[in-house]
Write a protein that binds this ligand. Structure first.
Ligand code: UDP
Length: 344
């Protein structure tokens, strides 16, 4: 008997920053997409252009509540489940910490049970936050982390750690075919201008001539991955057979201090904004850089978009979004290498 299943992917958090790009990429690859989102931190405009696809269906739902009938009725047809549902920027996930924890624990459980029931492959987007303020550098997947389980970031860090534990239990017990991506800092179009993350804050502040906020002295580091690279990594992780049952880091291994990031942005955006220094948030990790040997080996994946190009595209997009001018002549508008159309 032939397998009559057409590929149907459920993307929880599909209207969010990474989720919306993932939905577009899946449609391009011939999947139909059920996009589930509670619109807590995401915006319908992110998926507006996808609505014209026959195969795209948006359902407003929160995965902490029982899954909607429209999803359960189609469970036999679902072949892939991507779980990206969770507020991901520190101010947003700390705004309702109980909901953040429940999204990761209860929500992931509901989606894992759906995977069990449907036989769909399941991918959890976990996070570099499971490493906390890391004592080893760069971070490999076998590093177990240095997380403060009672601090303000714990709802997210520990929520994701619990979600990972549950995912691997489902895998160990043969209840679902599971993959776990540990996503490092990612940036690009569709970031929420007010989400409080460093890339969106610095670009939007520079574009609108407001004070540019550096927390601490700006020497802390992060590694920034452009969203198209991240989506490519997620799809490879989902579609690759014969993987070890272990999490895989996805991120760009090039590391920059926050000051260096600002310098690059100021090369792209002319601004009257002043740089101001603010206190470092509690438990803010000093440094973060993924070891991506595992992704290279198992997925044949490595980021392709250099920070300068990704920032140029992102500045372009935010400038259009905010209705701002201010892109330096030698900057974003002149250097953009990726057509915005490809970004959707
Ligand atoms: N950060 C900053 N200014 C901002 C927002 C963030 O200096 O306006 C710092 C923040 O303290 C952290 C880094 O930039 O050290 C990355 O912050 P983000 O919230 O983007 O991500 P995460 O801390 O989760 O990696």
């Amino acid at each position: 008997m032939t397998n009559a299943k057409q590929p149907l992917a459920l993307v929880a958090g599909g209207a969010g920053f990474i989720g919306s790009h993932l939905c577009a990429a899946l449609l391009d690859r011939g999947f139909s997409v059920l996009c589930l989102d509670n619109l807590q931190t995401s915006r319908p405009v992110n998926v507006e252009n996808l609505a014209r696809h026959q195969g795209f269906h948006f359902i407003k739902a929160d995965i902490t509540a029982p899954l909607p009938r429209t999803v359960l009725d189609r469970s036999d047809a679902i072949t892939r489940i991507y779980n990206l549902a969770c507020a991901a920027s520190p101010p947003q996930y700390q705004a309702d910490p109980e909901h953040t924890m429940l999204t990761n624990v209860l929500g992931t459980d509901r989606l894992l049970r759906l995977a069990e029931r449907s036989g769909a492959r399941f991918l959890l987007t976990s996070t570099s936050e499971v490493y906390g303020d890391p004592e080893t550098h760069p971070q490999k997947e076998d590093y177990r982390g240095w997380v403060n389980c009672t601090g303000p970031r714990a709802c997210y860090d520990e929520g994701k750690r619990a979600a990972e534990a549950m995912s691997f239990d489902f895998a160990r017990l043969g209840r679902a075919d599971v993959r776990v991506a540990r996503i490092f800092n990612t940036y690009g179009p569709h970031m929420h201008p007010d989400d409080g993350r460093v890339v969106s804050n610095l670009i939007c502040q520079a574009l609108s001539g407001r004070d540019i906020t550096i927390y601490g002295d700006g020497s802390q580091t992060r590694s920034f991955c452009y969203v198209s690279d991240m989506v490519d990594g997620l799809i490879r992780l989902m579609e690759t057979d014969g993987l070890p049952s272990a999490p895989i880091n996805l991120g760009n291994p090039e590391e920059y201090s926050v000051n260096e990031l600002l310098e690059q942005i100021l090369g792209l955006v002319e601004t009257s904004g002043e740089t101001v220094y603010r206190p470092l948030p509690v438990d803010d990790p000093r440094r973060r850089r993924p070891d991506i040997a595992s992704a290279r080996r198992w997925l044949g994946w490595a980021p392709q978009v250099p920070l300068a190009d990704g920032l140029a595209s992102t500045c372009d997009w935010f400038a259009a979004e905010l209705g701002c001018s201010g892109l330096a002549a030698s900057g974003a508008g002149a250097r953009r290498t990726m057509p915005l159309a490809a970004v959707r």
